[in-house]
Design a protein around this ligand. Structure first.
Ligand code: PXG
Length: 285
């Protein structure tokens, strides 16, 4: 069955889903996006993702040409039209076509794109045994240059750090912030466990406030796991008992080695296991 793409109020076959080469999303990375999951035909935490999309839009002075309610309906419609039970959704809003210049006043018609597709996850083996990651030398965008809280189409910052990981044969990289503290990974947030306490970099650490991050915090609090948002250093990572990453694509994935150093026992720890199980139950609810 050919994929049906939602493009500006219509579902069209993939071959007909096209935007202009003058679109500022392409010319300047001027736009925003969201990545969501479909579990058992339902879009997981849809309202939270739509809220973040509209906040990203507001931050870059982009007016999305539809209401959040219309966006929710369009997303559900796209999932149903593609007959997906489990999968992945990419919501994209570009600035629209304009001149060869930065001026947004010369652009028109922001493009709304919704793609629903299969998802390619990390291998199951990594969820069981943990993944090896590295720290990147590329720091996360300075919040006063481009706030990491904006999920913008300009992902070069993260891509450059991801290249550092793949060059070393690893799938993810930890990025420091402009102060030299741990911010997050290229497409995931990071959590540590030390002496039974769960921590993650605070919202003001120069991170994207992940929706999976917030779901895991909610589950940890409900399970009475001690939790704190912190300023996290590379040292904290190296001496942690447990480490895991969260994201819409990765869900909850254990980390057992960072920069070649073993984390904790070198096996996914008990709190990681507990939260992974709680998260899997949560998405099936
Ligand atoms: N930090 C960054 C920089 C991200 O891009 C997260 C944290 C986790 O956020 P959520 O809200 O997903 O828990 C992300 C999310 C993709 C893809 O296709 C990327 C993300 C999510 C889904 C798909 O590369 N990044």
């Amino acid at each position: 069955m050919p994929k049906l793409i939602y493009l500006n109020n219509k579902l069209v076959p993939e071959e007909q889903a096209m935007v202009s080469v003058f679109d500022h999303g392409l010319l300047y990375g001027d736009g925003i996006f969201e990545g969501l999951r479909i579990y058992s035909k339902k879009v997981f935490l849809l309202k939270e993702h739509i809220d973040r999309l509209y906040e990203s839009a507001k931050a870059i002075r982009l007016v999305i040409p539809m209401t959040p309610e219309e966006m929710i309906n369009a997303t559900n419609e796209t999932v149903a039209a593609n007959g997906l039970t489990d999968g992945y959704i990419r919501l994209v809003v570009t600035r629209g076509a304009g001149g060869l210049g930065l001026d947004i006043r010369r652009t028109s018609n922001p493009q709304v794109i919704i793609i629903a597709d299969q998802i390619k996850m990390y291998p199951q083996e990594l969820y069981e045994n943990g993944m090896e990651i590295v720290t990147a030398s590329t720091i996360r965008n300075h919040p006063q240059a481009l706030s990491p809280r904006v999920k913008s189409l300009n992902y070069l910052n993260n891509i450059l750090a991801k290249i550092e990981a793949t060059d070393q044969g690893k799938e993810e990289a930890i990025m420091m912030n402009h102060k030299g503290d741990v911010a997050e990974c290229t497409g995931d947030n990071i959590f540590l466990v030390k002496n039974g306490k769960l921590t993650t970099p605070s919202k003001d650490s120069g991170i994207l406030e992940g929706i999976t991050r917030n779901a895991v915090i909610h589950l940890a609090k409900k399970a009475n796991i001690p939790f704190e948002e912190v300023t996290m250093t590379r040292h904290d990572v190296y001496i942690a008992d447990e480490c895991f990453l969260t994201g819409s694509a990765a869900e909850v994935i254990p980390v057992t080695k960072v920069d070649g150093r073993q984390i904790g026992t070198g096996k996914p720890g008990p709190i990681t296991h507990q939260l992974l199980d709680l998260f899997r139950k949560y998405v099936r609810e």
